[in-house]
Ligand binder design. Structure first.
Ligand SMILES: Nc1ncnc2c1ncn2[C@@H]1O[C@H](COP(=O)(O)OP(=O)(O)OP(=O)(O)O)[C@@H](O)[C@H]1O
Ligand SMILES: [Mg+2]
Length: 510
């Protein structure tokens, strides 16, 4: 006698189908085939207890369980529920039910209630692709799975509910209108730029960063408002497109970071990471590779405050994914890839005492000390930062003023306009914003007339800008032109973009 159903295992962001077969033979005990890890072995104890709670029992025979294909590493406890229902079916404790055409997943607690699992959205996408009739998932994950249209999704709160579904009382499918969810995005933000007094130049830099998804570093003395400004960035970022929202939600689903009953992530993620983070925490990894902060920040912002405090190795692992916009984690038997298209925003003091370049206080660090401090951030990492923003504290008089600054909503409106231009430009190019242009795309989309080229050449020489600054300036100039609605790049766009290379100048710190 044999009972069979389907489930899925997640590797990276993708789910893979797993066939679950349960057979009863002569003897006692159980046998697991198909490389299950410890969690699957432990699940037999949970299943036994859950069956008892529902008035059923473990068959008094030898139970043979096969999870196929054998070469996919199966992790976790998501197979509790399908195994339990197979056991009930094969031992004829429930009538003959055909469960072979369903995807079933969920962890059982000892009392039979069903606990949430990771990666349900990827599993639902797979079920749809395979033309499955229906998918049974933990109740808390049901809305997350239901954003996949054309698939019946059932939320199961307790093992008994699943038994009842097949025997007596069918569950009601969960429905979510993806378009409606998407149309009613939350545009309330905790922090608003109108609370920031003065700092018009810095706000402008943040607007440019948001408009072109440019990496930025804020550098300035303590109390200048760097953290305050960075916290307000989410309020001016353009809304996610539906495609972006789905990609981001999928990563959070795989990492188990969606809240109960959360469906779609509709605000760009903003991940503020502490400097004690490990490299695995930042870029992802582990025995069962999980996404790190850079992937949780996919299509959003990764904020590293007090940048020189991060361990050097941790910062160095950022370099490759910043370039490739994804991270590949290699294991002996498999490779896993997580998307990581994030905007890096960081903040730092200019020197150990913090007061270099301060308008009123004297810096006690010598030139070499200032340079050495800056050198804690490696050249190649600095290379990948488009905007160097020097923040000086606003005078006390301005702080006292009661006048509100420009609101985030009105800055955001300009950012959205500039992004729309980029969306049209990069249609079918696989990128979303100017900062993401490859060298070839830069050639295609950013052409300078003689006046602009001359100005740039002159500035490069006069300010001893490094060659690596060149591409950065072009990308930023493109964004500045987009903010102005200008098709061509004009000298004033180049001139403004050049200002954001201050840390490149060989004279910095002198
Ligand atoms: N332009 C400003 N408008 C209003 N408040 C400001 C401004 N600049 C600084 N502040 C006030 O000063 C506080 C300190 O700013 P913040 O923590 O952002 O400084 P910081 O540059 O990050 O300093 P540190 O280098 O010490 O981390 C803010 O919380 C805010 O109350
Ligand atoms: Mg700070």
């Amino acid at each position: 006698m044999l009972s069979k159903t389907m489930s899925a295992a997640v590797l990276g962001v993708d789910a893979w189908p797993i066939t679950i077969e349960v057979n009863l033979t002569e003897g006692l005990g159980y046998n697991l085939v198909g490389l299950p890890d410890n969690a699957v072995k432990e699940s037999m104890h949970r299943i036994e207890s859950a069956l008892h709670e529902c008035g059923f029992m473990m068959p008094r025979r030898k139970v043979v369980i096969n999870l196929a294909p054998a070469d996919i590493r199966k992790e976790g406890s998501a197979f509790d529920l399908p195994l339990a229902i197979c056991l009930l079916s094969v031992s004829e404790q429930i009538g003959a039910v055909d469960i072979s055409d369903y995807f079933i997943m969920g962890e059982l607690s000892l009392d039979g209630s069903v606990l949430p699992v990771k990666g349900v959205l990827s599993m639902a996408l797979l079920a749809k692709k395979m033309g499955m009739q229906a998918i049974f998932v933990p109740k808390e994950n049901a809305r997350e799975a239901a954003i996949v249209s054309g698939l019946s999704v059932y939320g199961v709160g307790h093992l008994q509910e699943l038994v009842d579904h097949f025997v007596t009382e069918p569950l009601v499918a969960v429905r979510v209108d993806l378009q409606e969810l998407f149309d009613h995005q939350d545009s309330n933000f905790v922090y608003d730029f109108q609370d920031v007094k003065g700092q018009e130049g810095i706000k402008r830099a943040m607007e440019i960063a948001a408009a072109g998804s440019h990496n930025a570093i804020l550098i300035g003395p303590p109390g200048a408002g760097k953290t305050m400004l960075a916290k307000r960035l989410p309020s001016i970022l353009p809304p996610l497109t539906l495609e972006e929202a789905l990609e981001t939600t999928r990563l959070h689903s795989v990492a188990g970071k969606l809240h109960a009953n959360q469906t779609l992530i509709t605000q760009r993620p903003y991940r503020s990471v502490h400097h004690t983070i490990s490299d695995i925490g930042l870029v992802g990894g582990g025995a069962h590779p999980q996404p790190g902060e850079i992937s949780l920040a996919h299509h959003g912002v990764l904020f590293l405050d007090e940048l020189p405090e991060f361990k050097r190795v941790v910062l160095e692992v950022l370099r490759q994914p910043m370039e490739e916009r994804r991270i590949t984690i290699s294991r002996a038997r498999f490779n896993v890839e997580f998307p990581a298209n994030f905007m890096l925003v960081s903040a730092m003091n200019p020197c150990p005492c913090g007061y270099f370049n301060h308008p009123e206080r004297a810096c006690v660090c010598g030139t070499t000390v200032v340079q050495r401090y800056l050198n804690r951030i490696s050249g190649p990492l600095m290379d990948r930062i488009d905007l160097h923003v020097e923040v000086t504290p606003v005078p006390f008089k301005e702080l006292e003023s009661r006048a509100l600054g420009e609101s985030s909503a009105s800055i955001r409106a300009r950012v959205i306009k500039a992004r729309q231009i980029q969306q049209v430009r990069f249609k079918e190019k696989g990128i979303y914003a100017n900062a993401q242009m490859s060298a070839a795309q830069l050639k295609e989309f950013v052409q300078l007339d003689d006046a602009c080229a001359g100005l740039l050449r002159q500035a490069m020489q006069r300010l001893s800008l490094s060659a690596r600054a060149y591409d950065r300036i072009l990308k930023v100039a493109r964004t500045i032109a987009d903010l102005e609605g200008s098709e061509g790049i004009l000298p004033q766009h180049i001139a403004e973009a050049i200002q954001f290379r201050s840390l490149d100048r060989e004279s910095w710190g002198a």
